[in-house]
Every structure is written in structure tokens, then in C-alpha cells.
Design a protein around this ligand. Structure first.
Ligand code: GRF
Length: 193
């Protein structure tokens, strides 16, 4: 299964996927990392795993549609089947959605629909909610909306700081993203039989 990862920042989710031998052995091929931030740490992680990168900045285009069209032009020859968003900080527009309908997956650090948008972990922590979590979903035209694939709860402990809660959320994200891709690979391999 040929995928493109999209990321803008640290890239811990990207690395959780890239380093998994289990996923590789089941046929996961990360063909490219698309990154909109030339200084993002995720670019160093991609180098470590010898994954090609496409650094593409919105500021270099007249509008979002042409920005995304440049991405599509890069992905099409690579025969990308799924796009995995992992901390990609741009809203995806109908241009990219139409090129990969129902094949773009996103991870969000809350139990959607709660705390959609930016700073989800901080807002969940400040809300005092006893339970927060992680959502992996197909994207649609909204922000952090679209059909849910998997949700997992993360319980807030009595002595949690925002940082300790965040660390557990990230751990949960890494496990969940690997599991969701594993399920997808198994499904695809089953269909191919
Ligand atoms: C994650 O919390 C993800 O859910 C959100 O952005 C963060 C990216 O973290 N969409 P990383 O760059 O994968 O470390």
C-alpha cells in the first residue's frame, strides 16, 4: 500500500509509522513526506528513514488550490493510495479531497467532536474533563470532521500536569495510528487475495 505522509511539525506520529517493521512487512510503503514548513523537525526524521520529502509552501502559490494542485502533481506519478495526515497544520480544501476521496486520514488529539481545531490538548486539560483521548478519522471539508475510524480514551490522572497528559496522549496516538494502518493493510491484502 503506497502512502504519502503529510506533516508540519515534530513528526513523532510520522516516525511511529516509519519505524514500524510490522507495517513494512505487511506492505506499507511511505513514498513521500509532504511538509509545508522548511524548518520542521519531521524533515530530519524523514532523512533518518530515507524517505523522500516534498517541501511545499503555501506562500509560493497564489491560492490554496494551486498549492494543493502542486501536491497532487507530485503524488499522482507515485501512485499514492492513501494520504496520512500526521500533524499537518493546513486545512485540506476540495482540490485535494477530490483527488483522493475517502482516502485521506487524519489524527486529532481529542475525542472529537470535542476540542476540534488548534490546541486541543491544552483546551481539554483546562476544561477539567476527566477523560479526553484521540480520534483517527477520514477527512471531509470541515475542520476535524469526517467519518471516525477509531477513538481511544485517555484518562486524566489526579496528579497530571498538561505535559504529562500530553505525553500519554502522544503515546496513545502512536499506538493507534499504527493499529489503524495495520487494519487497513490487512483489509487491502485480503481484498487483493
Ligand atoms: C498530534 O497531536 C496530532 O494529533 C495533531 O498534531 C500533533 C502532531 O504531533 N494533529 P507530531 O508532529 O506527530 O509529533
Amino acid at each position: 500500500m503506497r502512502v504519502a505522509d503529510f506533516a508540519s511539525g515534530s513528526g513523532s506520529n510520522f516516525e511511529a509509522i516509519a519505524k514500524s517493521d510490522e507495517l513494512k512487512n505487511l506492505g506499507l510503503e511511505i513514498e513521500i513526506l509532504v511538509c509545508d514548513q522548511p524548518k520542521a523537525h519531521v524533515l530530519k526524521r524523514a532523512k533518518k528513514y530515507h524517505i523522500p520529502v516534498f517541501v511545499n509552501q503555501l506562500a509560493d502559490y497564489p491560492d490554496r488550490s494551486t498549492y494543493e494542485q502542486a501536491i497532487i502533481d507530485k503524488l499522482k506519478p507515485l501512485k499514492i493510495e492513501y494520504i496520512l495526515l500526521a500533524g499537518y497544520m493546513k486545512v485540506v480544501t476540495p482540490t485535494l479531497l477530490a483527488a483522493y476521496p475517502n482516502h485521506i486520514i487524519n489524527i486529532h488529539p481529542s475525542l472529537l467532536p470535542k476540542f476540534s481545531g488548534l490546541e486541543a490538548i491544552e483546551r481539554a486539560y483546562q476544561s477539567g474533563d476527566e477523560v479526553t483521548g484521540v480520534t483517527i478519522h477520514y477527512i471531509d471539508e470541515g475542520v476535524d470532521t469526517g467519518p471516525v475510524i477509531k477513538q481511544c480514551k485517555v484518562v486524566r490522572l489526579g496528579n497530571d500536569t498538561e505535559a504529562s497528559l500530553e505525553a500519554r496522549i502522544h503515546q496513545t496516538e502512536h499506538q493507534m495510528y499504527r493499529q489503524v494502518i495495520l487494519d487497513l493493510l490487512n483489509k487491502n491484502n485480503e481484498v487483493a487475495k
